[in-house]
Write a protein of this length. Structure first.
Length: 470
């Protein structure tokens, strides 16, 4: 049994998984393999047996129609539409008031809940939260009221700072919070099936952020939010995002996560309410009989998911991910230039589409070394290949002798200077900027963690030696 599973998890959290015979059998197997106290073992077995009876009753009730209604009082897994042994179960039960599960964002939602059968959630909502938590209930009200969602959201993930978390805990969660009141007033289909999960972004040092005030903090928040969106996409049937009300740049980071990882079925929205409702601190959603309109504006976005393989999308940092996509877009939308290096008795030369480029020999030699790496490596994504994109510390000493003969060790400053000279030469020749990005020595990442290389397709790089005829 995986170490992340605790015996207690099977008592309180099995309602987050499909109620199937296989799931119940697994509870029995796990129970047999653990050293449990008699009271805890009895509690687990009684709960599993109770669910067996419910499943049997639902199966009998469905008969030939394949439809049934879960009886009042069963847990929330039976309280939502789901497939249970081929039966469509429709409930009338009002879900329990949502609670708070807080913790750093790196703790993935559901990480403390054992995945008994590995079922994908049907619908997940992620929302950026800031100083106006009411946008969450307004968004939920509109999602269901406008027919975008047929029933309750399977999972709700709220993301913000510690300041946001305090506001959410005080106004949205608990029996008297906005989420519970929305479900009570408008019915269970406006609710959330499981406990909302509150994520707090962290400083690079690991401490929760009260606010985002520096570039370093913003970069850390971006990475964490985008990775959360990626993970939710991977385990959802459809992902919906609310970017209204997010603290500082968090809403933008949620939108970026959707652009990088979103599928056709994944959507993002902004909530629009009248001015008087927006200024009213007691307004969380229209009460029955109210004529306050709530408009849910779907925000169109470009989906870039298909430009990067799933395995690479999980290992690339944000900057490298964006750099690679930019190169992919340029390569797909523009004619690919031809980069040719020639070596001869008169010295090295370089041409772009047959047009000679005036550069110092030292820069041509260095450029040719990077081009040779790219021409010989067939990695699908050169940005993620450490054999093509090199850090200054891994560049061979011999390369440095081209640039600074008296000091062969190539420093990051030397490399940046050489790249600048090459870029100036490309501009002087009138090479379009889209072609410059493909042929020049590009830098990915930030100073201190930067790597250099060429992203041009290998079949567009030609190395010729007039002395040998090759």
């Amino acid at each position: 049994m995986p170490e992340s599973r605790k015996p207690e998890d099977f008592v309180d959290h099995t309602d987050t998984h499909s109620l199937s015979g296989e799931a119940l059998d697994e509870i029995e197997v796990v129970t047999d393999s653990l050293k449990l106290t008699p009271d805890l073992e009895k509690k687990i077995r009684d709960r599993a047996e109770e669910r067996r009876k419910i499943l049997a009753e639902l199966t009998a009730e469905a008969g030939e129609t394949g439809r049934c209604e879960a009886p009042d009082g069963t847990d929330s897994q039976l309280a939502r539409r789901s497939r249970i042994s081929g039966i469509e179960c429709v409930t009338r039960e009002i879900p329990s008031p949502p609670g708070l599960m807080s913790g750093p964002i790196r703790d993935l939602p559901g990480s403390s809940r054992p995945a008994l059968v590995g079922a994908r959630s049907r619908s997940i909502l992620i929302a950026a939260v800031g100083g106006s938590p009411a946008v969450i209930t307004e968004g939920l009200y509109a999602l269901v009221g406008q027919g975008i969602l047929e029933g309750p959201v399977d999972e709700l993930h709220l993301i913000g700072t510690t300041r946001s978390a305090e506001r959410v805990e005080g106004s949205l969660l608990g029996p008297s919070g906005g989420l519970a009141r929305l479900s009570r007033m408008h019915g269970p289909r406006f609710g959330v099936t499981t406990e909302p999960v509150l994520h707090v972004v962290e400083h690079p040092a690991g401490t929760p952020l009260e606010d985002i005030r520096t570039t370093e903090e913003n970069r850390a928040a971006c990475r964490q939010v985008v990775h959360l969106v990626r993970d939710l996409v991977d385990r959802s049937g459809e992902l919906h995002g609310l970017v209204a009300g997010g603290r500082r740049t968090i809403g933008l980071h949620v939108a970026l996560g959707f652009q990088l990882h979103g599928r056709l079925s994944d959507r993002i929205y902004h909530v629009l309410v009248p001015d008087h409702a927006e200024r009213d601190p007691s307004f969380f959603f229209p009460v029955p009989g109210s004529d306050v309109p709530i408009d849910l504006a779907e925000l169109p976005y470009v989906r870039l998911r298909e430009l990067v393989s799933p395995s690479e999308a999980r290992v690339l940092d944000i900057e490298a991910h964006l750099d690679f996509i930019q190169q992919q877009i340029i390569g797909k939308s523009a004619r690919v230039p031809r980069l040719t290096f020639r070596s001869g008795t008169s010295g090295p030369s370089v041409e772009i589409d047959g047009r000679p480029l005036k550069l110092e020999p030292r820069d041509i030699h260095l450029w040719e070394r990077f081009a040779t790496l790219r021409a010989s490596c067939r990695h699908e994504n050169p940005v993620s290949c450490h054999e093509e994109f090199l850090s200054p510390a891994t560049i061979p000493v011999a390369w440095g002798s081209f640039v600074v003969p008296e000091d062969p060790k190539l420093t990051a400053s030397d490399l940046r200077s050489a790249c600048s000279r090459i870029t100036r030469g490309l501009k002087a020749l009138g090479i379009p900027s889209s072609h410059q990005d493909m042929v020049k020595i590009s830098r990915i990442g930030r100073r201190g963690d930067a790597r250099y290389g060429i992203s041009l397709r290998p079949d567009s790089i030609h190395l010729q030696d007039s002395r040998t005829g090759r």
